[in-house]
Ligand binder design. Structure first.
Ligand SMILES: Nc1nc2c(c(=O)[nH]1)N[C@H]1C(S)=C(S)[C@@H](COP(=O)(O)OP(=O)(O)OC[C@H]3O[C@@H](n4cnc5c(=O)[nH]c(N)nc54)[C@H](O)[C@@H]3O)O[C@H]1N2
Ligand SMILES: Nc1nc2c(c(=O)[nH]1)N[C@H]1C(S)=C(S)[C@@H](COP(=O)(O)OP(=O)(O)OC[C@H]3O[C@@H](n4cnc5c(=O)[nH]c(N)nc54)[C@H](O)[C@@H]3O)O[C@H]1N2
Ligand SMILES: [Mo]
Length: 828
């Protein structure tokens, strides 16, 4: 790897290509062929490598693919990381899997009569192959019909999802760019990841906090004495990042493991990270962390072991909050004994944590699973308040961090120019004003089923009223809502409401199977792109050269939307008449221009592209020494936070004014709708639906990695030995997991790495109904969202509550049908 500073770059360009046999690209349309000639790029740029190594990238890393006779045979990390990532090996599987969608397909009843397309047959109907041109014409015709009947309020293009990395082939942005130019659309606000936290944090600390640079990993290594990993599993979740993963987070945790710091993991599951670090495992009942934190804070208050100066100078509202802690406002003293009864951790332990945190330089690193829960806003608010009492926010290695486990949030930022990317189009240049209007009916993403089912209904959201529109046309590109959304059976009903559903997909995912029109999309290895590594570090600019020919009839999302744009007369605006390579050159040139101001010498685009190597940038000492909130701590008057008071708000007067019953004005313990401590439990076990270590959500489920975790060809469910014994369940048994919302089959994994009373079934298992198309069918593969609740966290954030919910579990004695979701559906 070449560290791009000054002259080294030119040397780096000389190292190079182990290239080989080349053939011209196929599948580009005429304009792009002409354009690539015009742009004057050399053979490497215009031809595929048939034998050799090519650099590319994905959410899971910067990768080097080995190609033989025009086929990818293996892929490995292209960077030098100390911790390996099993996801790196998946490129060949992803290209050649039999789950690929080969050609444009239309659901039979839809093709027969698009005006009355029998939406109840989605997921059950046969598929009919149509030509690419027919598919484009059909989508265009029906979209125009919907615009005419329902206006832009009838068209949904929120299309949430993790798609593939790459700054041009960004399916969701391409979709919305097209829709904005074609006539407008209803979109969404927020996301599934941090739905609660990103809405409450601006009231508390003045920024969304969850996607921001953390006190750097080096500062933690140098200064923290106690590191608490609170509801996070970074050794699993740092295998992926939003752009290309530079792997620095996993490397950091390896160093942390070797350090002599006190490491604690607070999680109902003894997760991968806890095991890897050999950390102390403290296991609260799911959804009870707020009670645990209140118990710790009450102890600190009572023993007078908290930082009064910090509270005084940097926060506001502690007086009201302390009244609550002491029970003066509600008659309930939040002492360690009270907390212990709720969270299941001994009072003694709670008290010892209070002391440990206060006496040592302590970093509280929190994951997001615990805010993906009923009243999830409270969890991080309570955590920040605890960090305020400890008083180390803004000190090296102290305070709290909400993104150490995600996209390498503690990776220091390099001095790097930033590569451009495709955007929604220029709204200010007239003629596209609907892009602005398109947003007025946006609703919080996780309310999608509610929105589809209840047009005209108004909900409260973050101090505003939002009214759902009557959605009749859905276009999804780059996400898997049939798998990612909570309460699949309610979602299936909602999914029957629109007249038309178009899905751009690479694979026959559950979502593609439940669409009307499916467009076959290329993997990111079948197109040219560019990206950067490091969501926070900007560590590399990475060329993503096409590895292999487009498979079957697969096309790029870009081409689909170019052709739809033609049908709507907005092609010039949409494409700016640029070819793929011209876009990439333009994005790269944005970085090139910036690089001058940074006194960096970058190669021109052609040289960069031909070099087939990531450009790496240097990390300056001041980035290594970054301490979040240091400037605020230094001078809260000169550097106020973006909150109402400029201080950390432990009590929010704005939230008080909203008068939401489910989101009071200071961190509060509120019982979740379903939890282990409730009276009259509707089911016996708490269900946790963590992010899977060997997938990215539902992505990679169709690779050979599945063999490493599937049990009885199903998603594994973790269950404690005590519970397993009581139910007569052994590892390897097929179990039925059910509640009032649905039933799934899963493969039992009996382990003491989970707290008794709790089971874990990871999100992302492909929904595989025993009776396709039937609402309420058993899922043969164990998709956890069949069991989760589709309710908002509160009226403040309306986030999803995927980690809240109870289930029953028993050995399955019925007949077993083979898994079918990895075989293309009938007609395909
Ligand atoms: N129970 C439960 N549910 C959860 C969660 C949980 O913790 N528990 N977590 C939630 C969270 S945080 C998230 S982020 C969501 C994730 O939900 P999603 O982001 O929807 O999940 P993915 O499996 O990444 O889906 C991405 C899809 O895009 C497709 N794709 C990839 N590249 C391209 C491309 O270039 N073009 C097109 N057209 N398609 C492409 C992939 O094949 C895949 O089907 O799930 C949420 N759901
Ligand atoms: N390998 C891999 N990496 C990923 C992803 C993936 O799918 N696979 N997804 C990416 C995305 S989009 C996101 S949003 C992030 C997700 O990152 P997170 O949201 O942090 O991940 P989760 O697995 O949902 O939850 C983390 C931990 O919280 C624990 N937990 C659940 N409920 C509770 C609780 O009530 N209290 C406590 N203390 N702990 C609890 C779980 O057991 C789990 O170990 O990861 C990203 N990275
Ligand atoms: Mo996420």
């Amino acid at each position: 790897m070449s560290n791009i500073s000054r002259r080294q770059i030119l040397q780096a360009m000389g190292k190079g290509l182990a290239v080989f046999a080349l053939v011209p690209f196929v599948g580009c349309d005429d304009s792009s062929k002409k354009a690539s000639v015009e742009s004057g790029l050399k053979a490497f740029s215009e031809n595929l490598v048939l034998d050799g190594e090519v650099i590319t990238g994905a959410h899971w890393g910067v990768l080097k693919a080995t190609i033989k006779d025009g086929k990818v045979i293996s892929s490995v990390n292209a960077l030098q990381n100390s911790v390996s990532n099993p996801l790196h090996s998946t490129i060949a599987d992803l290209i050649y899997t039999p789950t690929r969608i080969k050609y444009p397909m239309v659901r039979k009843s839809y093709l027969e009569n698009p005006a009355s397309p029998k939406p109840e047959l989605r997921g059950a109907d046969e598929w009919v192959r149509v030509s690419y041109d027919e598919a484009i014409a059909l989508i265009a015709k029906e979209l125009k019909a919907t615009y005419k009947q329902k206006g832009k309020e009838g068209v949904f293009a929120g299309s949430y999802g993790w798609k593939s990395s790459g700054n041009l082939h960004n399916s969701r942005i391409l979709l919305q760019r097209f829709m904005g130019m074609a006539g407008g659309y209803v979109g969404v606000t927020g996301d599934y990841s941090t739905g609660a936290s990103q809405v409450i944090m601006p009231y508390v600390v003045g920024s969304i906090e969850v996607y921001e640079q953390q006190t750097s990993y080096p500062m933690v290594l140098d200064n923290s004495q106690v590191v608490v990993i609170w509801g996070a599993d970074p050794m699993a979740t740092l295998r992926n990042a939003w752009a290309l993963n530079e792997g620095t987070g996993l490397d950091f945790f390896e160093k942390l493991k070797k350090s002599d710091k006190t490491l604690i993991s607070i999680d109902p599951v003894r997760n991968m990270t806890c095991d890897y670090l050999g950390a102390e495992w403290i296991a609260p009942l799911p959804n009870t962390d707020v009670a645990l934190m209140l118990g710790i804070m009450h102890t600190m208050l009572k023993t007078n072991q908290y930082d009064k100066e910090f509270i005084e100078n940097y926060t506001q509202g502690f007086d009201k909050f302390s009244q609550y802690l002491l029970g003066k406002s509600d008659g309930v003293v939040k002492d360690s004994a009270w907390a212990s009864k709720i969270c299941g951790i001994s009072a003694q332990k709670i008290e010892s944590l209070a002391k440990l945190f206060f006496k040592n330089r302590t970093m509280l690193m929190s994951g997001w699973g615990m805010q993906r829960a009923h009243h999830g806003e409270q969890t991080h608010w309570a955590l920040v308040t605890l960090a305020c009492m400890i008083g180390q926010i803004g000190l090296p290695g102290g305070g709290f961090g909400l993104s150490y486990h995600y996209s390498n949030g503690g990776s220091p930022t390099a001095t790097a120019p930033v590569v451009g990317g495709i955007n929604l189009g220029n709204v200010s240049q007239g003629g596209a004003e609907w892009l602005m209007q398109g947003s007025e009916n946006n609703f919080p993403l996780a309310r999608i089923a509610d929105a589809l089912l209840n047009p005209g209904k108004s909900i409260q959201h973050n101090g505003k009223t939002i009214t759902y529109t009557d959605i009749d046309f859905i276009y999804w590109a780059g996400g898997n809502p049939l798998v990612h959304h909570q309460d699949t059976n309610t979602f299936l009903k909602a999914w029957q409401k629109p007249r038309t559903i178009v899905v751009n997909e690479i694979y026959w995912t559950p979502t593609a199977r439940h669409a009307d029109i499916v467009m076959p999309i290329t993997t990111s290895y079948e197109r040219n792109d560019i990206s950067m590594s490091g969501d926070y570090s900007n560590l590399h600019i990475v060329p993503m050269k096409q590895l292999v020919e487009k498979q079957f009839g697969a096309v790029d999302d870009y081409k689909v939307f170019c052709d739809l744009a033609k049908a709507f007369g907005v092609y010039d605006k949409f494409s700016e008449n640029k070819s793929e390579m011209q876009w990439l050159e333009e994005f790269y040139n944005q970085a090139l221009t910036q690089s001058k101001g940074l006194l960096l010498e970058l190669p021109d685009f052609a040289k960069f592209w031909e070099a087939n190597e990531p450009l790496q940038f240097e990390i300056p000492a001041e980035s290594e020494a970054f301490v979040r909130y240091a400037d605020f701590r230094e001078d809260p008057i000169l550097n106020p936070l973006g909150t109402d008071s400029g201080l950390i708000e432990i009590y929010s007067q704005t939230i008080e004014k909203y008068e939401y019953k489910d989101c009071p004005a200071h961190p509060t313990w509120l019982e979740p709708i379903e939890w282990l401590g409730m009276k009259d439990k509707p089911a016996e076990f708490a269900l946790i639906t963590s992010h899977p270590a060997l997938r990215l959500h539902s992505q990679l489920a169709n690779t050979s990695l599945r063999k490493e975790y599937a049990i009885g060809d199903k998603e594994p469910i973790w269950i404690n030995p005590k519970d397993a014994q009581a139910k007569g369940i052994k590892t390897g048994d097929i179990v039925s997991v059910s509640n009032q919302r649905g039933e799934v089959l899963a493969g039992a994994f009996v382990t003491d790495a989970i707290k008794p009373g709790v089971v874990r079934l990871c999100e992302g298992a492909w929904y595989d109904p025993q009776e396709p198309g039937k609402v309420g069918s058993i899922c043969k593969n164990g998709s956890p969202n069949v069991l989760t609740l589709d309710m908002p966290t509160s009226a403040l954030a309306n986030g999803n509550i995927a980690h809240t919910g109870l289930v029953n579990i028993k050995k399955y004695e019925g007949s077993l049908e083979p898994i079918s979701v990895f075989t293309p559906p009938k007609g395909a």
